[in-house]
Write a protein that binds this ligand. Sequence first.
Ligand SMILES: Cc1cc2nc3c(=O)[nH]c(=O)nc-3n(C[C@H](O)[C@H](O)[C@H](O)COP(=O)(O)OP(=O)(O)OC[C@H]3O[C@@H](n4cnc5c(N)ncnc54)[C@H](O)[C@@H]3O)c2cc1C
Length: 480
Amino acid sequence: MWPKAKQYDLVIVGGGLSGLVAAVSAREQQLSTLVLEKGRSIGGDGNYVEGAMGVDSYLQKAAGIDINPTELLQDELAYSHYEANAPHLKKYIDASGGVIDWLHNLGVKFAKVGPQGKSWSTIHTFAGGGHAAVQTLYANATQAGAEFVTSVSAQRLQQHDGHVTGVVIMDENTGQTHEIAAKNVLLATGGYVDNPDLVKTRVADNHRLMAVSDGKSTGDGMQLAWQVGAKHYSMGAIQYGGGAIYDKTQPPFVHMASQLAAAATQEAILWVNERGERFVNEDVNDNMCHAGSAILTQARTFSILDQAAVDHLTNVGLYKEVGNSPISPEKFDQLTSEIDDTLKQHAKYLTSAATLAELAEKLNLPALPATVARYNDIVAHGQDADFGKAADYLTGLHQGPFYGVELGVGMACALGGLRVDNQNAVLNDHGYPVPGLYAVGNDAAGMLVGDTYAVTLPGSTAGYAAFSGRNAVLSMVNAS
Ligand SMILES: Cc1cc2nc3c(=O)[nH]c(=O)nc-3n(C[C@H](O)[C@H](O)[C@H](O)COP(=O)(O)OP(=O)(O)OC[C@H]3O[C@@H](n4cnc5c(N)ncnc54)[C@H](O)[C@@H]3O)c2cc1C
């Protein structure tokens, strides 16, 4: 169904987390507001979000969590190698607690606040997950009079004298197009993680990268903006979800709750490359993005478990509380049946053998027996002289059967491609706004990162989606 009117104060492209926040904010400012959503339902990847970043929120005050914003800024600038834009990151950090409070006042429920592994205590976990937050925001936006159309995508921006004046939209079912005029257009399309060609411009060797998003984050925002003169900014960072089962036959989300995947990415488990050589301190899994980067330094990666590891995970549980790696179960009660089922299905990503020599032969990993002998020696001495893995996670491999799990890298989101200013206005090559055009959420979050996603600041993209959606609207109102 086409939008009811021909013209709006604000057209928001994308009805995910940032678009929904922008819609609520726009109605607070009494802007006539249209949200275009190309999917059949709203929420985008916002539906899967665990929590959002905030500093000095009502929850943190209640929990006695006191974060020095300048120290946090310095830390994140250093983590990004100063590729993050300091004024924009500062504005986000300074406003973030207030944005959490604003969401709370709208009825968005938070369960708790805290860190994720070695990180700042910033992630505000949504009670009921991202889906509940999305539904609350949608209810607020529609009750306040924002109009939503689904299965309708933005195809092209219209421009007059350099000013963005409207959007050509398309019915995703019929392919018919239609024109809508707008005083301002806000891009909130979720970044580019689902566009392999764009991902390739960031990571050339991308065949083992597997997106776990909803498939709709195809970089539309940046491509729409580039067509009207926006700068092609750095392609920024991809949020790697660490090691993921490399299964070429099924979509990655099938394995998201897999206990085998969680077992294969424990700090204590040995990783080897295509030759069977060890290549990294496996406690890199404390940072899922670093773990993803490490995997991509090799042509192939295998996680090697022995039966003792399977028994330990099954009967005792995790070797350590999980850091910011993918979510791990508390008990690996399905691990053995998952292994048995997978072996019965002859899935290529899992191989078992009675001996290490046989596993090496089956997987064509000639160096594996020597690597395990060396690793067991390291474990016996309690010191990883090769890569410096912490002694607590040095666990030898002795007891067959042995298992090899092939790993690729999961991706949750990809940030970059556009440059925005502190008002979230999209900038051209000269650093000046393309009049009438704003970008928020993942479409603009390349401003906050260097080459590696900031797992040190958990909840940072969802927090930014909320901050930037609101910031853009308040800025455009102040500018008019
Ligand atoms: C499984 C998973 C878990 C995550 N967990 C977290 C977390 O816990 N914390 C965190 O900070 N981040 C998390 N993220 C990152 C997440 O992407 C962001 O936090 C958040 O969704 C970004 O909001 P957004 O509005 O930019 O994108 P989205 O919420 O994805 O919304 C973009 C919307 O734009 C629509 N769209 C795209 N192109 C067009 C077009 N041409 N026309 C119309 N509509 C269009 C899409 O269909 C989509 O609905 C997670 C991501 C995934 C995949």
